[in-house]
Every structure is written in structure tokens, then in C-alpha cells.
Design a protein around this ligand. Structure first.
Ligand SMILES: [Zn+2]
Length: 171
């Protein structure tokens, strides 16, 4: 039986975010300890987080795995029977974690299983370390009025309220 080596290196610890972790709202993707494969970014661009990511894109630590790491993860996932349940994005997430000694932040069972086979640490997104918690507020897509609630319709103009990142500075 393979024994995993623990690497206690909390100061420079890196966390690799998968799509579910990134959209969970539990983590701040601009935190430099979070690594994000570019395939995760492009997956999210199709969803409603794309606007927020546009404004964050300069600060994100976008990191792509080497072809060798991707191949190694695919091989292990094939052995464990998880490959058919994983997207190429999922494989990238695990491969980046493998190359950087990072912890995968994911709620996906197939990813977690492959991580355990590769001796890669993983945690669910609800358990991700939060140094700089994202604060969300609602903003009307029509008139721009801000709300404490992050969904629903604007009481003034009737447009949809969208969730945006609140400014970290107090006005
Ligand atoms: Zn409005």
C-alpha cells in the first residue's frame, strides 16, 4: 500500500481551485495562494461569474500544468476509474496541484478520489482557507443601485439584481 508523504509547509501553501470551488463564493480568487488553471477560467467565462473575472483577471494566479503532468493524472484517473467522470479541466486542476505541491479545493468526488490516489491533498470548497473573504453585494443591472440582497429584481427600475464583489475599502 502506498503511503502519502505529508509536507507541512503552511506558509507558502498553494491551493488549486476547480470550477465549483471558484463559483462557490467561499474563496477569493484574487488571493495569491490560489492557483487557477486557464481552462477553469474559460469554463467560467460561459457562466455568470465572467463579469467579475474580467475585473479580477490581472490579479488571478493563472497556472497551467505541463503536458507530462496532465498525462500522469490521466493515467492515474484511468486506473482508478474516474477518468470518464472528469473533464479536461478537472484533470488540469489535479495536474497543477501535483506540480506545485498544492491542495485541491473541490467538491467533486471524482477529483477527490484521483487526488487521494496521487497523494495530493484536497479539501471541499467550504473548508478552503479564507484570508480575504469575498464580500458579495447585489447591484441592479439597470440603474446600478446596490442592494444587500444578491438576487431578485430592482425596486426602482425592475431590472435584475446581479451579485458583484463589494469593494474591500470602506467609503
Ligand atoms: Zn434598478
Amino acid at each position: 500500500m502506498k503511503v502519502c508523504t505529508v509536507q507541512p509547509d503552511s506558509s507558502s501553501k498553494k491551493y488549486v481551485l476547480d470550477t465549483s470551488a471558484l463559483i462557490s463564493g467561499n474563496v477569493n480568487p484574487a488571493d495569491p495562494s490560489f492557483l487557477i488553471p486557464s481552462s477553469v477560467i474559460s469554463e467560467i467565462r460561459h457562466g455568470n461569474l465572467s463579469m467579475q473575472l474580467e475585473t479580477l483577471s490581472e490579479t488571478l494566479s493563472v497556472t497551467d500544468p505541463s503536458a507530462a503532468a496532465v498525462e500522469q493524472v490521466r493515467k492515474k484517473a484511468r486506473e482508478s476509474g474516474d477518468l470518464s467522470k472528469m473533464s479536461s479541466t478537472d484533470v488540469d486542476v489535479v495536474a497543477v496541484a501535483m506540480e506545485h505541491g498544492g491542495t485541491v479545493v473541490t467538491d467533486d468526488f471524482a477529483i477527490q478520489n484521483v487526488c487521494s490516489h496521487l497523494c495530493i491533498e484536497f479539501i471541499p470548497s467550504g473548508k478552503a482557507p479564507i484570508k480575504d473573504r469575498v464580500k458579495w453585494i447585489g447591484k441592479c443591472s439597470g440603474c446600478g443601485k446596490t442592494y444587500a440582497q444578491t438576487s431578485g429584481t430592482c425596486g426602482i427600475c425592475g431590472h435584475q439584481i446581479r451579485r458583484i464583489r463589494s469593494s474591500s475599502r470602506k467609503a
